[in-house]
Write a protein that binds this ligand. Sequence first.
Ligand code: HEM
Length: 439
Amino acid sequence: MVAVVPGRLPLLGHTLSLLRKPLPFLASLPAHGEVVRIFLGPMPVYLVTSPELALRLLAVEADKFDKGIVFDKMRPLFGDGLATSNGEFNQRQRRMVLPAFARGRVAAYAENTITGLAQELADSWRDGQQVAVDALMQDVVLTIAGRTLFAADLGAEVLAEIQRSIPIMLQNVLIRAFSPRLVEKLPIPGNRRFDEAAARLRAVIPPAIMNARRQGGDHGDLLSVFLAARDEETGAAMTDEQIQDEVVTILTTGAETTSVALTWFFHELASNPEIERRFHAELDEVLAGHPVTFADLPKLQYTQQIVNEVLRRTPPIILMRRARQEVELGGVRIPAGAEVAVSQHTLHRDPRWFPDPDRFDPDRWTPERMAALPKGAYIPFGAGARYCPGAFLAQTEIAIVAATIGARWRLVPVPGKRVYAKVKATMQLNQLPMTVHSR
Ligand code: HEM
């Protein structure tokens, strides 16, 4: 028998515990078994709580699972993009999209786009200015995403629409995923704004794709790779609709995760003065006053350790799947059609691998300590067949933006403002007003 986690309420299931006390709730799950059952609203979900079963679910036995309910609900928005598609189609599509995120391409995005935009942001501040770090991080990440997807001469209109629509869509995306279909159809303002934003975004992308097709050649953007990609078996190119689905998917999945990580980065620095001091000392030593480049990143070892620790403590909340067939996991027979999940928060807060798990401690990420972690214990970007294609790009982007700002500015919280974590698709801060001080 598989244990139902205590605290289930009629109709609401465990949703309130998850929303109100996400961290204690998710960290408490292993105590109830290696496989437990929780209820999201009325829907039962099998949750695996050990690194070994997480790897079986995501990697070793990935072909026995589809993405599941949350992604079904996202399909009207993402179409059949990488995040929502399943099976053979997903794997073929993945082979065509992955080259856009190869190391050499990411190096070029870093040099041509990310460093410049990070510098622009750092240049725009004056000493003593108060800034909304959460909003600025979303803004810079969306600008980077837009410019990496669409080379400048193609995408001015698209860029403007991305800045306008994506924040509206992100605000509502998870509420939509977990609400009954009936609620999605109600003409309430949240739904209307979401639908209008999605429609506006979908309207500006096809002309940009057509324009790029006409021009041909490699503009050094993601779109050029998508246009040139050919299916290795059939030789077929991606249709405009497929490309559009991938573009919307990348904008929605990649932007929030990355900007939330950057926001936490500055929040953690401000909460841990000794870590902040070491971060600044490393930047001074490695950069010695020159602007951050892609080639600097391997030398910014401590900065990378902070990024790893941010992604340990505040990764996306949960990865969901649905069993395509009956499966056995950890001695539990899971019926075909059941929703199955693993939470990165559960794994990342297991004191067996992360002693004193609530402490923010970048020293966990020295190469020796990393090598000692069991496989599957740390999965901020997932694992296996659906591993995040944007992982290296995201890590590069976070490090460059954080280092470019940190080289010039110290960010200090504005006193008297209540800053706390809230659960959306990711674990976000409600706000992060800070004052910038010249270093
Ligand atoms: C800190 C930033 C990021 C985090 C923590 C993150 C995390 C993840 C995770 C955990 C998954 C796996 C989902 C699953 O297995 O169900 C995923 C998938 C995905 N990510 Fe990321 N991601 C980040 C940034 C990005 C960026 C920058 C991009 C693109 C530019 C991106 C594009 C995608 C796509 C397209 C998928 C779907 C892959 C598939 O289902 O086959 N992500 N991401």
